[in-house]
Write a protein that binds this ligand. Structure first.
Ligand SMILES: Cc1cc2nc3c(=O)[nH]c(=O)nc-3n(C[C@H](O)[C@H](O)[C@H](O)COP(=O)(O)O)c2cc1C
Length: 329
């Protein structure tokens, strides 16, 4: 029907209107599913409970792996974790799930770091006294890795490299040279991108005051941000995307790029910590204003980097069983 107006200004207006509605309805489709299935409004299903429990136990796990662990850190978080596990149990969800066991293990380690006569410690102890029989070799908490071991695993095939890639939250103070950074970015540029549009952009932050100001806006580097040597802001230029179907494409392309960058850096013995940019509008604008990131770029994530120390504490970060994530048709 639009065709008969082709070439006229009315055609341009109607076409823009039609495409805007289409983009709007498709974002609405995402919006409705997000509200319905994420834990924003509800925490009812087993998956939703597990998601909350993993997110909370990870905060404790992270606290335990900090360069300097504060005695009694995260007391409200530990109680929150207990609350969720109790509700999960009341709903008769599977207490044999690996993540529940991991949560108990992390709480037990956390408890050992507490001053045992506090009210808080008493509550945790009473919860732990009812814990189900422990699963053998369950992962959880934190452990130490040696730089020497990580380096020995590089250049030995991708599986070994991927297995020694950990989020690093304790860096040495040795400066990462720009030449290595440029090389890693060039390698990451080999990542596939939709129609080879290569919309990912990297903003490198090396000036200490700017780096500090950016990390103050980021929610997830407390206790170790000051040790980050350099920071990447990974973004994508929306100008490279088109129509309703590509509305989320920029995040996919940047995510693939970021993962390649992390592996490329590790291959050159540089550790990294991916940092979320899960922020609301006002924070996003603050960061843009701070270093002049234009509005046509989506800020996808940050990555902190630095050389590894001799020994580093890392979170164990339990992985799901293969069967629970693989479906074959
Ligand atoms: C997009 C993204 C954002 C992340 N944000 C943070 C963060 O803000 N702070 C942090 O300490 N870790 C962050 N992480 C690291 C995860 O906690 C970590 O990847 C996970 O626990 C698995 O551990 P591993 O990377 O050592 O295997 C982030 C990871 C990703 C992929």
């Amino acid at each position: 029907m639009l065709k008969k107006f082709k070439g006229t200004s009315i055609y341009t207006v109607l076409r823009s209107f039609y495409l805007t509605i289409k983009v709007f309805l498709n974002f609405q489709y995402d919006l409705v599913r997000y509200l319905k299935y994420s834990t924003t409004l509800n925490c009812k299903t087993q998956q939703q409970y597990l998601a909350r429990i993993i997110a909370i136990y990870h905060v404790i796990e992270k606290g335990l792996s900090m360069p300097k662990t504060r005695t009694g850190f995260g007391s409200a978080i530990a109680l929150d974790l207990i609350k969720y596990i109790e509700q999960y149990s009341k709903l008769k969800y599977d207490l044999n799930n690996k993540h529940i066991h991991s949560a108990y293990k992390i709480l037990s380690t956390y408890y050992k770091n507490l001053e045992s006569n506090s009210q808080h410690a008493f509550m945790i102890q009473s919860f732990l006294s009812k814990k189900p029989a422990e699963q053998a070799n369950i992962d959880g908490g934190c452990t130490e890795v040696k730089r020497e071991y990580i380096i020995s695993q590089l250049n030995q095939g991708f599986e070994k490299l991927a297995n020694v890639r950990h989020s690093i939250r304790n860096f040495s103070n040795k400066d990462v040279p720009l030449s290595i950074i440029k090389k890693a970015i060039t390698i990451a540029q080999r990542s596939p991108s939709v129609c080879n549009r290569q919309a990912t952009r990297v903003h490198l932050i090396q000036e200490p005051d700017i780096l500090k100001s950016i990390l103050e806006l980021q929610n997830g580097n407390r206790g170790f941000g000051h040790l980050i040597n350099k920071l990447f802001i990974i973004s994508t230029d929306i100008a490279f995307f088109d129509g309703a179907g590509e509305r989320n494409q920029s995040f996919v392309d940047a995510g693939m790029f970021a993962m390649s960058l992390i592996h490329a850096l590790l291959d050159m013995e540089i550790g990294s910590i991916p940092l979320n940019w899960a922020v609301e509008k006002s924070r996003d604008i603050q960061l843009r204003n701070l270093i002049g990131i234009p509005p046509n770029e989506n800020i996808v994530m940050l990555i902190g980097i630095g050389y590894l120390k001799e020994t580093t504490k890392i979170t164990v970060s339990l992985r799901n069983d293969l069967e629970s994530i693989l479906s074959i048709s």
